[in-house]
Design a protein around this ligand. Structure first.
Ligand code: ADP
Length: 181
């Protein structure tokens, strides 16, 4: 299956993706993880991305899209993937659409993890990642509202909505059921 995972920052996409990846036998491709790995290794891409992650802003789309395309071309992603963190804008969704056409394939669905803003702030503060301070969280939520939430309308019928409040196990069970697995 080729799935896009959507949801606000702190929705628990990464946690759910790790479990789904194992159960469905397809790789979890997280743009945030890819950026953090590049930052950790000090690659040119990491050096460029770091200022954006630190500020909670989006890394420029050309940089992000190039990274995603290279990752999607790897062997393990040929028969399926869980794409977490891309697209984050309608422009990126159109680029992903172009990639799928170029690869001669298409998405099977877009899973949208729905969760209230109070819960996401609570989860992010509890997780304590380097970019999880109050100011950055506020910026990321604003970026989500302005740039990412419009993807829900953009994808329309392709959206598979999941209520993402509850325990990790409950949310995983709901997701598998919604996917017919
Ligand atoms: P969260 O889901 O908590 O926002 P992520 O790990 O998905 O965290 O993303 C962390 C940061 O990585 C974002 O705040 C942004 O700076 C950058 N990033 C991730 N995906 C994208 C993307 N598709 N386009 C631009 N920047 C991105």
């Amino acid at each position: 299956m080729r799935l896009v995972l959507l949801g606000p920052p702190g929705a628990g996409k990464g946690t759910q993706a790790a479990i789904l990846s194992e159960k469905l036998g397809i790789p979890h491709i997280s743009t945030g993880d890819l950026f953090r790995a590049n930052i950790g290794e000090g690659t040119p891409l990491g050096v460029e991305a770091q200022q954006y992650l630190d500020a909670g802003k989006l890394v420029p789309t050309d940089v992000t899209a190039r990274m995603v395309k290279a990752r999607l071309k790897e062997d393990d992603a040929r028969d399926g993937f869980l794409l977490d963190g891309f697209p984050r804008t309608v422009e990126q969704a159109e680029i992903l659409e172009d990639f799928m056409k170029e690869f001669g394939t298409e998405l099977n669905g877009v899973v949208n993890f729905q969760v209230s803003e109070d819960v996401v702030v609570e989860r992010m503060l509890a997780r304590g990642r380097a970019d999880d301070n109050e100011e950055t969280i506020r910026t990321r939520l604003q970026v989500y509202r302005d740039e990412t939430a419009p993807l829900i309308d953009h994808y329309g019928d392709e959206i598979i909505a999941i209520k993402a409040e509850g325990t990790v196990e409950e949310i995983n069970a709901r997701t598998l059921e919604a996917l017919g697995k």
